[in-house]
Design a binder for this molecule. Structure first.
Ligand code: NAD
Length: 361
């Protein structure tokens, strides 16, 4: 076994069904008695439920709900939330939602030093990472800081039951993408690889069931568990070509986050395949229907999930392919295979067109 370094971040996790009822105990552990609750406008109903649960416990008085969390953490929303937070006298943050809400919680926590209890409701995995992407003046900038990592995370399977099947599918593939890249990360290690493979296996087996039967509790539980593991991988090791492509495409052409990850993943993996034969073999073992071919396994999974396969379906123009290739190959992340601009252009063109991925570049 080669030498490696492994860091264990101090992050407490509560996992299960009905765990929302444990949020007050988590706040008490942190000596936090005046939480500000964060959500998107669509999830106000869930935030109000949290407000009622924590507010019914003697000694805890929520200061209110800030319900304007927005994708890609825009600076103006963070500023508004910060003002609300300061005037409210909050001593802690509770975020309930997907990566957008977790992002707002992180942005506020890193600015104020307040403890942050995160209650994730998608499979994006942001709650497990010390990474924060913020958008100011149309440009998304990402930074990493241990202070960004939430203080505690409460996973409640019940909250994921309302995640629509389509978003469950793409959010789940977004999580799988973290683990796929974790398997060939420059700073990868055997512990992260264990988590990555178990996370991919959990999601690849449960997501098709969720799409056909969205209220299947064991499948929802398996998917959330998988998403947790994939989030740990994202937070611990570096990402490569796939994430670079998604950041370039999402940031420059206003493409939706999870859907973009879903379209790009098989193509990015196909590009890297010649450089990572052992990873391809391990991946094939955890992807049902792969016939020992991980690319086929991903293609089979995406077909079962009935997801959109082409970026053109989200409004990207064919004339943007060249610009995307330019942006994606500028300051590339470390990658197991050398980045060749013309080939990356072809990867992006295939993603745009919605072709099946194939390892022939
Ligand atoms: P999201 O948080 O934007 O949620 C998408 C929509 O689904 C929102 O309207 C939300 O309210 C709704 N929703 C979420 N959970 C729901 C539920 N259980 N039931 C019904 N509706 C629900 O989407 P996302 O994909 O989770 O997050 C995307 C954002 O997270 C992006 O900005 C991305 O950059 C960021 N992200 C960051 C990291 C990181 O480590 N920093 C990791 C992953 C994603």
């Amino acid at each position: 076994m080669s030498s490696f370094e492994y860091n264990q971040a101090p992050l407490r996790v509560v996992f299960g069904t009905g765990t929302l009822s444990k949020v007050p105990a988590e706040l008490e552990r942190l000596k936090a008695f005046k939480p500000l609750i964060l959500c998107t406008p669509e999830q106000t109903f869930q935030a109000e439920k949290v407000e009622n649960i924590v507010g019914s416990v003697k000694g805890i008085t929520p200061v209110g709900v800030f319900s304007k969390a927005t994708m890609h953490t825009p600076g103006n929303i963070t500023d508004e939330a910060l003002e609300f937070l300061k005037s409210s006298g909050a001593d802690s943050l509770v975020s309930i939602g997907g990566g957008s809400t977790t992002g707002l919680g992180k942005a506020l926590a890193v600015r104020t030093g307040l403890p942050h209890v995160s209650i994730p409701t998608t499979y994006a995995g942001s709650e497990m990472t010390p990474i924060l992407g913020e958008t100011v003046g149309g440009e998304k900038k990402t930074r990493s800081d241990p202070k960004i990592l939430p203080t505690a995370v409460v996973y409640d399977v019940d909250l994921t039951m309302t995640l629509p099947p389509g978003l469950s599918a793409t959010s789940g593939v977004n999580a799988i993408a973290h683990s796929v890249e974790g398997l060939y990360a420059q700073n990868g290690n055997p512990i992260m690889s264990l988590m990555a493979l178990e996370g991919i296996r959990s999601l690849a087996t449960s997501l098709p069931t969720i799409v056909s039967s969205p209220s299947d509790v064991p499948a929802r539980s398996q998917a959330l568990y998988g998403a947790w593991l994939c989030g740990v991988v994202l937070g611990n090791v570096g990402m490569a070509l796939h994430h670079k492509l998604c950041h370039a495409l999402g940031g420059s052409f206003n493409l939706p986050h999870a859907e973009t990850h879903t379209i790009v993943l098989p193509h990015a993996l196909a590009y890297n395949a010649p450089a990572i034969p052992e990873v391809m073999q391990k991946l094939a073992e955890v992807l049902p229907g792969s016939d020992e071919d991980a690319i086929k396994g991903l293609n089979v999974l995406l077909t079962k999930l009935k997801v959109k396969r082409g970026l053109k379906e989200f409004g990207m123009k064919e004339s943007d392919v060249d610009k995307a290739a330019e942006i994606a190959t500028r300051n590339p992340y470390w990658n197991p295979r050398e980045i060749e601009k013309e080939k990356i252009r072809e990867v992006i063109r295939r993603c745009w067109e919605g072709e099946e991925a194939r390892a022939d570049l």
